[in-house]
Design a protein around this ligand. Structure first.
Ligand SMILES: [Zn+2]
Length: 330
């Protein structure tokens, strides 16, 4: 079938899929296009020119053809699939793997498995998907108590620790909440590459997480931080007028036990980078951290992860190769 009628009815938001269900649903290019169309207009299609809610999906051209005014709306324009020459089927497999592989997806392996013509194309696709993940997570703020720590990423063999110049400094935050049984649980995670571990950098990071934002009840959204007590954290908490809890570390190995969640997220990023990607330049570090946080923040929706990531991919503009190689960060 070359085209099918689409009406403005809302579709189910996110399907749950196992690998077999994924394979069954997306065996052909047409199925991917139709799904992409549904995810893009989850609340039902509406013609951007006349507001009519019924259109034909012309599969050969990937456009919606308004039944009333005949305006053509591209399914992929304004998304990461804009002007792609790679079949959607290959995109779908890469997105499925990136959504579900906890240890990260090897781009070289996916290029080979999916017959993508060159490594650069596959590398770009993966970065576009990571950007969609990061854009989606940028909408999250952290509330209540937040576990906070710093870490260093870079080539092995150089000095470790605060003040190290050859490594990138990274801040990691995980919000905590208390469940019905009184047990402390992790909420959302965020990470960022910063210039240094100064109070100023920590303060700016806290602001980006929602520090300084007041709730409707007039309380601070981000109320307190829990850290190893490094003086910059103390100073940042003072500056931002939030509570600072210090956990007492007797030695470095205590950090994993006393600040467990930030340490779990940081070690996830380290294993993704060292295992799958064999090291990552400082420039792209943030996007690998974003990928790990994206999956961590959606760990309760594991079977919906594919649909959720497709939604992220159709909700964000694309990034070009020049932007990726020339800019410090995206
Ligand atoms: Zn129209």
């Amino acid at each position: 079938m070359i085209f099918s009628m689409i009406t403005g009815t809302a579709t189910r938001r996110y399907e749950e899929r196992s690998l077999l269900e994924f394979q069954k649903a997306f065996g052909e290019e047409e199925a991917c296009l139709e799904h992409l169309q549904q995810m893009r207009w989850q609340d039902g299609f509406m013609c951007p020119r006349c507001g009519h809610d019924a259109a034909w999906l012309i599969r050969t051209r990937g456009v919606m053809d308004c039944k009333k005014c005949r305006a053509k709306t591209s399914v992929t324009a304004g998304t990461i699939f804009h002007k792609t020459r790679t079949p959607l089927l290959k995109w779908y497999w890469l997105i499925y793997r990136m959504a579900t592989d906890k240890v990260g997806t090897s781009v070289a392996e996916m290029q080979r498995l999916l017959d993508i013509r060159d490594y650069k194309t596959a590398w770009m696709m993966a970065h576009k998907i990571r950007k969609a993940m990061a854009d989606r997570d940028a909408r999250y703020t952290l509330a209540g108590l937040v576990e906070l720590d710093d870490s260093f990423f870079g080539p092995p063999g150089h000095t470790l620790g605060r003040g190290s110049e050859r490594k990138s400094t990274v801040l990691c935050a995980v919000s905590l909440y208390t469940d019905a049984k009184g047990k402390r649980r992790p909420g959302f995670a965020h990470m960022r590459v910063v210039e240094d571990a100064s109070a100023r950098s920590i303060g700016a990071f806290l602001e980006s997480l929602g520090c300084g934002v007041e709730t409707e009840q007039g309380r601070q959204l981000l109320e307190a931080i829990q850290t190893d007590g490094w003086r910059s954290y103390r100073k940042a908490a003072e500056d931002k007028e939030i509570v600072h809890y210090r956990v007492v570390l007797r030695d470095a190995s205590d950090a994993g036990r006393l600040l467990p969640w930030v340490h779990r997220v940081i070690s996830n990023v380290k294993s993704v980078i060292s295992g799958t990607h064999r090291g990552v330049s400082a420039k792209h570090l943030h996007s690998y951290m974003g990928e790990v946080c994206y999956r961590f923040n959606r760990r309760f929706w594991e079977r919906q992860l594919f649909d959720r990531l497709i939604k992220a991919c159709v909700s964000t503009p694309t990034v070009t190769y020049d932007q990726l190689v020339s800019r410090e960060s995206l």
